[in-house]
Write a protein that binds this ligand. Structure first.
Ligand SMILES: N[C@@H](CCC(=O)N[C@@H](CS)C(=O)NCC(=O)O)C(=O)O
Length: 372
């Protein structure tokens, strides 16, 4: 085998993260839907019992399931090329990976599932493509779409929260638009791990489904350009005068990005606090959670308030698996760098993010996230 095979879909949030990474890292890959006999016989059995996308079969025939693990695999090989060396940029990059992967599911699911007039035909087409030709495409696609509609409600996108989700999303895309007017990527002229996390919701759902695509193209032109840029192998940054390929100098975190983080904190912090408390209580109640027990996607529903609106959402251990990677990098810094990072995060109303830890660590075993 000479090339990577990426099992995914244009529609998939998490495939968007792995694909963008492979493109920007210059890896040769072929993308295909997970609907072939080869996939069922040779790939799925090596995915630890979870049929999720993205998954890859590497050049050497190894199967890797999970976007973070796919990126880790190639990052390690290229000497962590997409991880900034400077402390603030490194931590900000990792935090954007968490927020992009786990913290924007409400707007992503809302703008996909709650605008049937604009999105229905598009979604129906794509969900049918997952189903093998010999099966009932329409019926099975409908079943899967209903499960995803339900997942959107479980992430907290319900009629009582629609107005809040939309207000926060419009503010977010405006702030990102300002940022991407000044810099082609989050941290300057080169994509980082944080850009790959953030592209997950902003491509597969919010930068591609008809309703949110029209919003982004009309309301946030520069953000839309970043979405395009993240999916192209060349630099694609002709509108910027500097064409070097490096992060901002002197560990700078521009004010435009601090404004984005402050806005994200409004929703991300209360949800992370509530989910952390909920999962820790859940861990305390488990009579038996032997090492390598699979950490399921959700362990129950937690409640929190955002701008006075009550939200109920799935408490997801995976958020803390990613967050622990940020916290571990923070712990490795010397005290003066830690102080600089803490000052920055205090400005973003995210100072407590380094204290929100689960009582039990999550790792990976047999291609699954497990309780260690
Ligand atoms: N943590 C995984 C999540 C993957 C995921 O949830 N993918 C969705 C599609 S975007 C899926 O395959 N869902 C079905 C499932 O999880 O079984 C990753 O980052 O790759």
């Amino acid at each position: 085998m000479s090339e990577i095979t990426l099992y995914g879909s244009p529609l998939s949030l998490y495939t968007g993260r792995a694909r963008s990474y492979l493109i920007k890292a210059g890896e040769q890959y072929t993308e295909t839907l997970p609907n072939s006999a080869y996939y069922e016989e040779h790939v799925l059995p090596k995915m630890g019992g979870r049929r999720s996308i993205p998954a890859i079969e590497t050049e050497e025939g190894e199967v890797i399931r999970d976007g973070a693990a796919i990126i880790d695999h190639y990052e390690q090989r290229c000497g962590n090329e997409h991880t900034p060396n400077n402390p603030k940029q490194k931590i900000v990059s990792l935090l954007f990976d968490v927020i992009g992967s786990e913290g924007l599911l409400r707007p992503a699911m809302h703008y996909r599932w709650n605008f049937p007039e604009e999105n229905s035909a598009f979604l129906q087409f794509h969900f049918e493509t997952f189903v093998s030709a010999n099966l009932n495409k329409k019926g099975l696609a409908e079943k899967r779409m209903n499960q995803m509609r339900e997942a959107g409600r479980n992430f907290g996108a319900v009629p009582q929260t629609y107005a809040l989700i939309e207000t926060l999303y419009f503010e977010l895309i405006q702030k990102l638009d300002v940022h991407f007017g000044n810099a082609p990527y989050l941290l300057g002229n080169k994509p980082s791990i944080g850009d790959f996390g953030l592209i997950a919701p902003l491509y597969g759902h919010l930068g591609r489904d008809p309703k949110p695509l029209s919003i982004m193209q009309s309301q946030a032109i520069r953000l839309y350009r970043w979405v395009e840029r993240m999916n192209r192998p060349d630099r694609d940054m002709g509108e910027f005068s500097a064409q070097n390929r490096s992060y901002l100098e002197a560990d700078e975190i521009p004010d435009t990005l601090i404004d984005v983080l402050k806005l994200l904190a409004i929703d991300f912090m209360p949800e992370t606090k509530a989910a952390c408390a909920y999962i820790n209580t859940w861990i305390g109640q488990q009579n038996s959670l032997p090492p390598n027990t699979i950490a399921e996607r959700g362990v129950g529903m937690c409640n929190f308030d955002v701008h006075g609106v009550s939200i109920t959402a799935l408490a997801q251990p995976y958020r803390f698996y990613l967050l622990s990677r940020t916290q571990q990098e923070f712990e490795k810094l010397d005290q003066s760098d830690k102080d600089d990072v803490l000052d920055l995060f205090a400005k973003c109303n995210m100072r407590e993010i380094f204290d929100l830890k689960l009582d039990r660590q999550i790792g990976r075993h047999d291609n699954r996230e497990v309780w260690l």
